[in-house]
Ligand binder design. Structure first.
Ligand code: ATP
Length: 463
């Protein structure tokens, strides 16, 4: 896909109410985006699809929802205070600032100069003050990943749910990183959402489960609509691994700006639970980090066979909602030439992610009978179909179709004079509507009494 097409996607997102630059009326805020009516709907459905597949439909994964503001000690012991940094350089020629490892040929991306400062570490965490009085202990952080509150709630979940290993804890929510160079629309931003699972396993079983989650998550993205040829599993070289990881496989998508990560599946070993545990000597276990004197928790599992305690290993599939959504938009975005020579733009989204499921289009804007029957059909379909059914009353069917093609609405239903049984219309078409398919453009006449069943069978069945 060309860069030009990427610009068209960004423009469609704004024009059709998916995504807007944040604080636009004040000139915008770099690295922040707001979701509009259709964007938030698609985003929620993507998160819901993940939550349903992993938390609701599986017996071995449990959900949590932790706070965004994170205790300073958590991020101290997790290693983020020291190591959650990117190398930053300044361009001496134009004074712009860059992330050193993303530069090509060590050249400034703004002016091309190679006169750059030495890289220095820049911590990506946003700090914040808690409480009315500022003091050393009042400074905390906005979380840079959702994972940490899963680890700090490990004991709470074990004590309250008593899960049997292997088991997972899942969380979807906001994360914040003060990226040096936010770019490529919502690909690299400073506030974003993650969907993370921490899947706890016996040490020794970790490599098997790592492979399992890489394949499971790859297949899941295909089910959301990504094209297999554009989704690649990439093993991270060992010198690129994060401070906590034994092995990581990234799922990378072929974006217009290149092949880039949308999800990382890491083997985090016992690093995190070990870091947050106290009295590791007492547990008689080998943890990868030193003893934590601040935490009051023993984040370990007791082996029922010999009553010994051990810290489980953890496999972490960590997906970015915004990056995933951008990949899905890029994949779905299609410009096509029609038989009549005209062009159309259409978002071929998977039906379960489309912001609007059905648009009911009255053929004539001023015919009361057509409008009333259309409104009635909207309320009937809204009760029968899961998701949004809207009345598209512009009076111009062509415009309505174009709009819903661009939003990705899988099906439009048109109510015309034949539906209401106008005098000169064929009786076999009375109380029937035209169902127009977004992708094939096929138009089918369906009786109003069978419409809900037809749409559910053809478009929205969950099996
Ligand atoms: P990158 O190397 O691109 O900065 P990362 O390897 O640091 O990403 P992780 O820490 O593995 O990312 O985070 C898991 C997921 O969270 C990523 O795969 C991505 O989808 C998402 N993510 C991370 N940082 C950002 C960001 N700045 N903007 C949008 N999504 C992000």
């Amino acid at each position: 896909m060309s860069k030009n097409k990427f610009d068209n996607i960004i423009s469609l997102c704004k024009r059709r109410g998916f995504i807007f630059p944040s604080a636009m009326i004040y000139g915008g805020l770099q690295g922040f985006y707001d979701y509009g009516p259709h964007g938030v709907s698609m985003k929620r459905q993507l998160i819901q699809s993940w939550w349903e597949d992993y938390v609701e439909k599986r017996h071995d994964i449990h959900g949590v929802d932790g706070t965004i503001i994170t205790h300073q000690k958590i991020l101290q012991y997790s290693g983020h205070e020291k190591t959650f940094t990117d190398p930053m350089v300044d361009c001496r020629a134009c004074q712009s600032r860059w992330r050193a490892d993303l530069l090509v040929n060590n050249q400034c991306l703004a002016c091309g100069s190679t006169d750059l400062t030495e890289p220095r570490d820049f911590n990506l965490m946003f700090q914040t003050q808690v409480g009315p009085v500022q003091h050393a202990g009042s400074q905390h952080y906005l979380r840079p990943e959702t994972a940490q509150s899963i680890f700090t709630n490990f004991k709470n979940v074990c004590d309250s749910i008593q899960p049997k290993i292997p088991f997972g804890i899942a969380q979807a929510g906001r994360a914040f990183r003060n990226e040096i160079t936010p770019r490529n629309f919502i690909f690299r931003v400073r506030e974003f959402e993650q969907m993370e699972i921490e899947f706890f396993v016996k040490p020794g079983d970790d490599e098997h489960w790592h492979d399992y989650w890489v394949n499971e998550r790859y297949d899941w993205w295909l089910k959301q609509g990504l094209t297999a040829e554009k989704l690649v599993k990439q093993v991270q070289p060992s010198d690129d691994l994060a401070h906590y990881a034994k092995a990581t496989v990234d799922l990378c998508y072929e974006f217009p700006h290149g092949l880039e990560e949308i999800e990382g599946i890491a083997n985090r070993t016992d690093y995190d639970l070990g870091s947050h545990s106290k009295n590791q000597d007492e547990l008689n276990i080998q943890a990868t980090v030193g003893k934590n004197v601040d935490s009051v928790a023993k984040l370990a599992i007791q082996d029922p066979s010999d009553k010994s305690w051990y810290i489980p290993y953890v496999i972490e599939p960590s997906a970015g909602v915004d990056r995933g959504l951008l990949a899905l938009l890029c994949d779905a975005y299609t410009e096509e030439q029609l038989d009549n020579g005209k062009e159309r733009t259409v978002l071929k989204l998977a039906n379960h992610l489309s912001p609007v499921k059905v648009a009911v289009v009255p053929l004539a804007k001023n015919n009361m009978q057509i409008i009333e029957q259309s409104s009635q059909l909207v309320s009937e379909l809204n009760s029968a179909i899961s998701g949004s059914v809207v009345l598209e009353n512009t009076g111009n069917v062509g415009k309505a179709y174009r709009k819903h093609d661009e939003i990705g609405t899988p099906v439009c239903v048109t109510i015309d004079f034949e539906t209401i049984g106008a005098d000169d219309s064929p009786t076999e078409n009375h109380q029937t509507v035209t169902v127009r398919d977004r992708d094939t453009l096929r138009q089918t006449r369906v009786s109003t009494t069978q419409l809900a069943q037809y749409l559910n069978d053809q478009y929205f069945s969950t099996t």
